[in-house]
Write a protein that binds this ligand. Structure first.
Ligand SMILES: CC(C)(COP(=O)(O)OP(=O)(O)OC[C@H]1O[C@@H](n2cnc3c(N)ncnc32)[C@H](O)[C@@H]1OP(=O)(O)O)[C@@H](O)C(=O)NCCC(=O)NCCS
Length: 181
């Protein structure tokens, strides 16, 4: 049996208090948050509160830490939230805060693992997300695993003194590409 928490490179696990120091470092790094809606410096207290609120994983808040299978190193987080049982849909968010792991396949593997978890363990029908139009790395990953662009929210984000568009992307059950043997 393939573990529902594991991809080929990563494992999804519950968040722990000990994760706080890395989260504080990552989410105060403008390079990590460039294409995220967050813009204010975060305190240790805010990170502790986030972990506290996210550490009990449930249908309504399926928020995970992402660690490497090779050495159990924490490299980021991913989650399915705003879940609707009537529509069987959820909104996905992902951030690999450890920049040394970018462009090495970890994001793609994490996306496949969380979407498989959403479809096979949470019985979702639809997963959607929003991405800054300029986040070409993220869009390449989302398209590779099967997400389609469904719309454009014009000037939806204002950061660094200018507006940028946000793309809405969606993936339905049966559309996930890759890793299903
Ligand atoms: C976006 C993110 C999840 C992607 O994870 P990752 O591990 O870097 O992604 P992967 O290595 O699996 O794939 C990245 C792909 O994008 C490509 N890429 C990188 N920069 C690119 C660019 N400017 N234009 C087009 N493609 C690009 C890479 O070449 C790679 O494709 P390849 O494997 O065919 O070479 C990760 O970088 C991240 O968390 N970034 C910070 C937070 C963020 O932006 N989150 C998403 C918010 S919507």
């Amino acid at each position: 049996m393939q573990s529902p928490y594991e991809g080929r490179l990563i494992r999804l696990r519950a968040r722990e208090r000990e994760d706080e120091a890395l989260l504080y470092q990552w989410f105060n790094d403008p390079e990590v948050t460039e294409f995220l809606s967050m813009r204010y410096p975060l305190s240790h207290a805010q990170e502790r509160a986030f972990i506290e609120s996210a550490s009990e994983i449930s249908y309504g808040k399926a928020s995970f830490a992402v660690e490497t299978l090779a050495d159990s190193r924490l490299i980021g987080g991913v989650g399915l939230e705003r879940t609707s049982p009537e529509n069987r849909s959820a909104v996905l968010g992902i951030a690999l805060g450890d920049k040394t792991y970018w462009d090495s396949g970890y994001g793609t593997d994490t996306m496949r693992a969380i979407c498989r978890f959403g479809f096979e363990m949470m019985n979702l029908h639809r997963i959607e997300l929003e991405v800054f139009e300029e986040n070409r790395r993220a869009i390449a990953v989302y398209e590779r695993v099967g997400f389609a662009v469904e719309g454009c929210r014009r000037d939806a984000q204002f950061k660094f003194g200018r507006y940028t568009n946000s793309l809405v992307m969606g993936l339905l059950e049966g559309e996930l590409i890759g890793h299903k043997e």
